[in-house]
Design a protein around this ligand. Structure first.
Ligand SMILES: [Zn+2]
Length: 119
């Protein structure tokens, strides 16, 4: 369920247009709800389901800290979290969630571009 609220900027420290808190997706009040944004957030909902929700946030936070050490830049650290890499990589593929395999985000953990012959 998508909910528009002005708290998104506060919750994400201004980094994201939306935040996925299973089963809800909070979207900034001023943000246009595009197919790309909807797909991006639905990918996160799927990732949260397959990691049983709470571990998602733990992995997400730990990987953010790891990426922060790696890149020494908040924006780059956020964009390179494997959950985000998958979501950004496939957000413009409207049919992606119909053909997505579980745990695809794990393929995005390596530094190099993942080889995805099929997803
Ligand atoms: Zn995201």
């Amino acid at each position: 369920m998508f909910i528009k609220t002005r708290f998104v900027r506060i919750l994400t420290f201004g980094f994201a247009n939306g935040i996925c808190l299973y089963p809800f997706v909070l979207i900034g009040k001023e943000i246009e709800l595009t197919h790309r944004l909807i797909t991006h957030e639905k990918i996160h909902l799927r990732q949260q389901l397959e990691t049983m929700v709470l571990p998602f946030y733990i992995f997400y936070f730990l990987e953010f800290l790891f990426r922060l050490l790696q890149y020494r830049n908040f924006g780059k650290a956020y964009r390179n979290i494997s959950f985000e890499r998958e979501a950004y990589y496939f957000e413009s593929h409207i049919d992606y969630l119909e053909i997505r395999r579980p745990y695809t985000w794990m393929k995005f953990m390596s530094r190099s571009e993942p080889k995805l012959t099929s997803y």
